[in-house]
Design a protein around this ligand. Sequence first.
Ligand SMILES: Nc1nc2c(c(=O)[nH]1)N[C@H]1C(S)=C(S)[C@@H](COP(=O)(O)OP(=O)(O)OC[C@H]3O[C@@H](n4cnc5c(N)ncnc54)[C@H](O)[C@@H]3O)O[C@H]1N2
Ligand code: MOO
Length: 402
Amino acid sequence: MIELEEAVNRLVSSVKIETKTEKLDILSAYGRICAEDVTAPFPVPHFPKSGMDGYAVRSQDTKGASKETPIHFQVVGEICAGDYLSIQAKPCTAVRVMTGAVVPEGYDCVIRQEDTDYGQEQAGIYVEGRPWQNYCRIGEDIQAGTCIIPRQARLGAGHIGVLASLGIREIAVLNEPKVGIISTGNELVPLTSPLGKVGVYPSSAYAIAAQLKALGVQVSFLEICSDDAQRFSSMLEERISQADVIITTGALSVGKKDFLPEALETMGAERLFHGVNMRPGTPVMANRYKEKLILSLSGYPFAAMVNFRLFFWPVLAKLVGDDSLSWKKTRCMVAEGNTNVAKRRRFVQAFSDETGVHILDKNHHSSVLSEMLRSNCIIDQKQGTVISPGDMVDIIYWKQDW
Ligand SMILES: Nc1nc2c(c(=O)[nH]1)N[C@H]1C(S)=C(S)[C@@H](COP(=O)(O)OP(=O)(O)OC[C@H]3O[C@@H](n4cnc5c(N)ncnc54)[C@H](O)[C@@H]3O)O[C@H]1N2
Ligand code: MOO
């Protein structure tokens, strides 16, 4: 049995990065990984803009202006956003401008209308203007030629908005990785069938598929396979070309029907590890077969969730070059709850909020999935320790918007 970090290292080192890309319209590209550096073809804004409704003036002409001693300017034009007027600034003249209007050349500030007498032909200005006050300069937002979005960025709302501001309608993104799921177990029953006396619905396969979707991964297939090495082997051969990674659940431990380790060995898969010093999910296993990674998670649903969080996320981080998907531990104080002594390193269901970490799972419940409804993180409990209120612990979040 190996340590968790060693197992994750072996797994991640075996991942081969394949960069296939596709062009998408920018809205469809939301959440995807950018496959090219995006350089601004022009500055934003590309004309000098008024930041306020008011009067464009030359700041030097406003020296000494106050409410008591206003300076009067001749208003030589009016410009609203979207209008264009060619005016050359002359001393002691003003142009009535609305927010977003172009500021004609030679004027270097805008006095907001609240600081004027709102005059139409002559405007009394009550304050001194500073150069570039209420004036949005060319390129203030984005300078032409800058790399505004680097490749490997995950495209969020801000990125989509920036692309739109540059008139970019399409962008190259990495293809979504594809993952197929095979849940093993004679007891497993498709959701379309009645449970019968001892059937079990494959809840963890669905929870994993949902997590994959949330992580921007395509779920190529979700299969149930009976505890039969031959059936598994033909199902894998048939399906393997459809996915970059295959996730299996169950049949890993020491029971009579735990056929998977031997079945994969017989098929000639290269074993990366089987059994990791952690609970839940101790029997987790990884193999490489026909250039694909086969990650085998514990059958118990919560154990499968923990295996998925700790092993699949780093794999995905490498596949798509997004480091934020590797583990990130956050140090927090326990607010509530205790654990028993951990006989081996353990990951404990918890909920973290502004008051600290609340332990949800006081015992070892590998099979309990419904605690996931309340949990937003797991605590990394070191071997041989107990956890009590006031202790500082490392937590790992589940994905926040699940
Ligand atoms: N004598 C021993 N027994 C067990 C040991 C051990 O060391 N000695 N290890 C235990 C530990 S730890 C774990 S974890 C489990 C894991 O076993 P498997 O990964 O082989 O899982 P299965 O036996 O196939 O299934 C366990 C449990 O989970 C249910 N299951 C399976 N797949 C799904 C699914 N997709 N969705 C929902 N539930 C599923 C299955 O019906 C079983 O109840 O072994 C311990 N035993
Ligand atoms: O490895 Mo298991 O601890 O029962 O999930």
